[in-house]
Every structure is written in C-alpha cells, then in structure tokens.
Design a protein around this ligand. Structure first.
Ligand SMILES: NC(=O)c1ccc[n+]([C@@H]2O[C@H](COP(=O)([O-])OP(=O)(O)OC[C@H]3O[C@@H](n4cnc5c(N)ncnc54)[C@H](OP(=O)(O)O)[C@@H]3O)[C@@H](O)[C@H]2O)c1
Length: 357
C-alpha cells in the first residue's frame, strides 16, 4: 500500500547540524518531499553564525538553502520544530534530547544515551517497525506528549539488516561478529590521520558492548510495555580501518538447529522486510541485496547502493565452527545514522504517530 504523505511539508530541525551525521541529515532533508528543513542547531561555538560560517562542510557542495540559516543553540525555547533530528555528541545528547521531549517534540536520535531504555524504541523500519508501539508506553510513563525514538549504532544496523531474515526463519542462538568501520563513523575531525592512514586500530571506545546489546534489542519481541531481548549470545570485535564511508561486518552464526549456507542464502534473497517500510520516500528499492561476487561487498563499490540505504550481503558460506558465515556492508552515515532516522520519521508520519495534530 502506498503511504499517505502529509498534507503539507512538516517543519523539522537538526540538532548537531554541523557534524558528520548532521551534514548527512542536511543532504537528505534539503529536498525532502515530506519534511521542510526549517532550523539548524549546534553548540554555543556555532550558535549565532550562519551555517556556512559554522560548518566545516565535508565533500560535495553545501546545499544553497542552508548557507544563510543562522545556527541556533540546542534549546527547545529557540528551536520550535515539532520533529527534531538529533546528531548530537553523546556527551550532550542525554540532557538536550530530554529537554526537547519534555517540551513536546518528537526526537529522532542517533546517540547512544536512550537506546537501551525499556520504553524507548530502537528501530529499523524494515525489521522491527512494531517496536514503535513503545512510544505510547513512553508517553504514558514519562507524562510527555513528545518522545524519543532511536536508531542503533551504525555497525549494529548493518549486522541486523543481514541477521533479521535469518533470525526470523531459523532463530539465531550464537553470533561472532568482527567489524571494519570507516573513519567517518568517528565524526569530524575524528581519528587523527597519522593514527589511521595505512593502519587498523583494533579498538573503538564502547562499541563492542553496544553491538552485543543493541542487536538483541532490535531482534527482540515486543510485549505490552517493553522489548524482550532476543536470546542470542554475541561476541563482537570492533576495528577502525582506513575507509572513508562504509562499515563492513564479518559474521559467523549458529542457529537452534543446523542450517546450511544454501538455506540461509535463499532466505536472504527472498527477504523484503516489513511492508509498512516499503515505498517511503527514503526506502531503497531493496533494503538488502545479496551479491554473488566472490570478493564483495566492498565499501568502494557498494556503499552507495540504494542511495546509501541498501545493505549488501555476500560471501554466504558454510562455517567450520558455526553454521554459516557471511559479510554485510552499508553506508554508516546514511543507513547507519541520518538515513535511518529519516526513515524512522517517515514511518512515524505515514502511520499517524507523528505529524500535524
Ligand atoms: N558518524 C557516524 O557514522 C555515526 C553513526 C551512528 C551514530 N552516530 C552518533 O551520532 C552522533 C553524532 O555523530 P557525528 O559523527 O556526527 O559527530 P561529530 O561530527 O563530532 O558532530 C557532533 C555534533 O554535536 C554538536 N555538539 C558538540 N557539543 C555540543 C554541545 N555542548 N551542545 C550542542 N551541540 C554540541 C557539534 O556542534 P559544534 O560543531 O558546534 O561543536 C556537532 O554538530 C553521535 O552521538 C554519534 O555517536 C554517528
């Protein structure tokens, strides 16, 4: 069913608009058919400057319409949009996002602060759209009309896109995952060039516990008031590599009963994800694509698939220690961050959970 667009474009704000994820929000929202990019906010260092003065723009040309916008402080008394995308650093996201939710705004957050709270949805629309039902629980419990909806850590999103069809079909019991994460995942300016050029750094602060818990929440089942975490034992290794964009995750998976590589491949190829997540403005033609090429997915070749919203899976094969092993890769600041939030917002609007009263 084609989703119903709002009668007029909804004004939206971006908090943390000057950072790596904030800039991706601006690219995705500049000509969005449902949302009008009305306000930009960042730290006191940027507030009061025009966006062109405040942001050190990375990559292609800055959209003309944002150049002259005056950057606001992240204060709900000054930022008035009902829908707020947050690309804030986690050191401030907690306090700021709470203030916006208390002020009746719906916050779509990229930060880690609230992801694992019992009443906070952690959502990938194609995988667990029903978890958005927690928003009602959250509003009742916290006594606010606003809300906080989160998307996961960027590496967890790539993993879950590939694991969801397998978990749905066979039930995953154990998972070993090793990531190779792009430098843009560390924000701007991020990792010093002399640390990362020609190098691999086998440590990303707090990343492994996030991967080990967030995957279980997204693959978990919703009960009336909370999510029961999926019963999967997970071991994660997180590595930073000298790639600009695109997180790669190598995974070995065990199921409750033995599953062969051919059966896994068939399920991955057929999966389309939740119907409510198709045909939204940011939905890719295919959320998951399986490649037959022996040496893919690769960030250089596959990162822009589906305008950065498609996750590419390959190398699905038998594992001598587990049942099956495979590789998944996707764009970390689009599918893994800003694009994920925008898709969540589109789903909320199309299902009447956000938008004009
Ligand atoms: N990069 C990714 O691939 C990725 C993926 C998933 C999730 N995330 C999460 O998304 C968030 C943003 O990440 P990023 O990579 O875009 O980081 P970033 O490039 O470091 O940008 C951080 C943003 O937060 C703002 N900020 C910092 N301190 C502030 C304060 N005291 N008050 C208000 N604003 C403040 C900065 O504004 P100023 O410019 O004014 O300092 C900037 O706009 C983080 O929580 C991160 O963990 C990132």
């Amino acid at each position: 069913m084609t989703p119903t667009p709002p009668r007029e474009r909804l004004p939206v704000a971006v908090l943390g608009a000057t950072g790596a994820v904030g800039q991706t929000f601006i690219r995705l929202l500049a000509d969005h058919p449902w949302f009008r990019l009305a306000e930009l906010a960042a730290s006191e260092r940027s507030a009061g400057k025009t966006y062109a003065q405040a942001a050190r723009w990375i990559g292609d040309a800055m959209p003309e319409q944002v150049r002259g916008i005056t950057v606001l402080p992240c204060d709900p008394a000054q930022v008035k949009s009902p829908l707020v995308f947050s690309a804030l650093d986690s050191s401030v996201a907690g306090e700021v996002e709470l203030a916006f939710a208390r002020a009746g705004r719906l916050v779509l957050s990229n930060a880690k602060n609230f992801r694992m709270d019992d009443d906070v949805p952690l959502v990938i629309p194609e995988v667990n759209a029903d978890h958005l039902g927690l928003l009602e629980v959250q509003r009742a419990k916290r006594g606010w009309s606003g809300g906080i909806v989160t998307n996961a850590n960027c590496a967890s999103i790539m993993a879950v896109m590939a694991l969801a069809p397998l978990h749905e079909a066979f039930g995953i019991s154990r998972l070993f995952v090793a990531t190779m994460q792009a430098v843009s995942g560390a924000g701007y300016p991020g990792v010093p060039s002399l640390d990362i050029l020609g190098n691999v750094i086998p440590f990303i602060k707090d990343e492994e516990p996030k991967i080990e818990t967030e995957i279980r929440k997204m693959l978990g089942r919703r009960s009336d008031t909370r999510i029961d975490l999926a019963d999967i034992r997970i071991s994660a290794h997180a590595n930073r590599v000298a790639v600009e964009n695109g997180h790669t995750v190598c995974m070995s998976v065990d199921f409750g009963t033995h599953v062969g590589a051919d059966a896994a491949l068939e399920v991955l190829r057929e999966w389309r994800g939740e119907a409510s997540a198709r045909d939204l403005p940011s939905s890719p033609a295919r959320a998951l694509v399986v490649t037959d090429d022996a040496d893919r997915p690769q960030p250089r070749r596959d990162v822009d698939a589906g305008r950065g919203m498609t996750v590419t899976v390959g190398r699905v094969r038998a594992d001598p220690l587990f049942d099956v092993k495979l590789v998944a890769m996707g764009h970390n600041t689009i599918r893994g961050a800003a694009g994920a939030s925008v898709l969540n917002a589109e789903l909320l609007v199309s299902t009447g959970q956000a938008g004009p009263a």
